[in-house]
Ligand binder design. Structure first.
Ligand code: FAD
Length: 313
């Protein structure tokens, strides 16, 4: 019988499961979809700490340290890339400017128009298919168990009595259940364009290009309250059009893959322990919205700290 059951195998579940396992807990994962079928697999995924405050800042900071370390290793699925972030108004300097290997404000002549602001920096970008695969392999290689199985309720797991860790992303809305969770549908395209070496995030219309180890990822779409999993071809055309304004090379590039992912929207991440009416304790770790990779490792460390406290070890 596992001491800890983690529900969900996206970036939140896998990171939590691996950290718990490394600390000596006997861990199993139950997940409706394998890691490559999670919303995490469709993500960007750039480390993006611009909007975080409070305890999320600590999680983002811990994750940044983790990703910077991985970016020095081949095949980690994490690369350090030059990235421009453009804002339609003045924004000042971010809290993490001295934590990145390179950071500068863009000069007025480098900005598309007057009154705008921009940062140029070297940031970690994760290629989720490779990174998730690595987390899964490490977990299974060290003896962890992963069962592909749907959990309908946190109260319905009669087959063991250990600690539960709830990493069900947007589906925490129903599994927990938590009415504060809502879906934010996203769609991305991965293209073959090795000549694009600098990434861009344009905040005014949520357009981004991320050069990754496996291609250049293009986005973005933020469709609030939509659970639709089908690819929307009009949205793909819209993404290509917006990205080609930034990098004309996008127009002729071959499309490697198009993907849809449902972000777990919530006013704030829920990361806390809860005693359920059946006596079981659940550590919730969901609601990371559009920055789940940015927070993932730091959140996993906090899940571990809570699990240690709850089990006196
Ligand atoms: C298009 C897109 C681009 C993004 N870009 C970025 C980015 O650049 N940077 C960044 O930091 N973040 C980004 N994000 C956000 C980030 O991907 C998410 O916040 C993160 O993936 C959430 O991970 P998760 O593990 O909590 O949830 P998910 O990846 O959704 O995983 C949930 C897991 O729970 C399982 N599950 C659900 N219900 C059940 C059930 N009933 N029983 C058993 N298992 C269940 C699922 O099968 C899945 O394995 C992006 C997201 C999208 C969609």
């Amino acid at each position: 019988m596992a001491e800890v059951t983690v529900i969900g195998a996206g970036v939140s579940g896998l990171s939590a499961a691996l950290n718990l396992q490394l600390a000596g807990f006997d861990v199993r994962i139950l997940t409706r979809d394998p890691p490559q079928g999670s919303a995490s697999a469709a993500a960007g995924a750039v480390w993006s700490g611009g909007s975080v405050a409070g305890r999320s800042r600590r999680w983002a900071d811990d994750s940044l340290a983790h990703f910077l370390k991985l970016a020095t290793r081949a095949d980690s699925g994490v690369g350090l890339r030059r990235m421009r972030q453009l804002f339609p108004q003045q924004v000042g300097l971010p809290w993490f400017k001295d934590k990145l290997p390179f950071f500068a404000n863009m000069r007025p002549d480098e900005l598309p128009s007057k009154g705008q602001d921009g940062w140029i920096m070297d940031v970690p970008i994760v290629a989720p298919p490779r990174y998730l695969q690595n987390l899964q392999e490490q977990f299974l290689g060290a003896g962890g168990k992963l069962d592909v199985r749907e959990v309908t309720s946190l109260d319905g797991l009669a087959d063991d009595s250990g600690l539960l860790v709830n990493c069900t992303g947007a589906w925490a809305k129903y599994v927990t259940p938590d009415p504060e969770v809502f879906p934010i549908r996203g769609q991305t395209l991965l293209i073959d364009a090795p000549q694009i070496r600098t990434g861009t995030m344009r905040s005014s219309d949520d357009t981004y290009l991320f050069p990754r180890d496996d291609g250049v990822l293009l986005g973005g779409i933020y469709q609030y309250y939509s659970w639709r999993q089908e690819i929307d071809r009009a949205q793909s055309r819209d993404i290509l059009e917006r990205c080609s304004q930034i990098e004309p090379a996008v127009t002729d590039a071959a499309i490697i893959r198009t993907a849809v992912g449902i972000r777990p929207g919530r006013a704030a991440v829920r990361l806390e322990a809860e005693k359920r009416s059946d006596g079981r304790t659940v550590i919730h770790n969901y609601g990371h919205g559009s920055i789940g990779f940015t927070l993932s490792w730091g959140c996993a460390l906090e899940v571990l700290a809570l699990a240690r406290k709850l089990s006196n070890r």
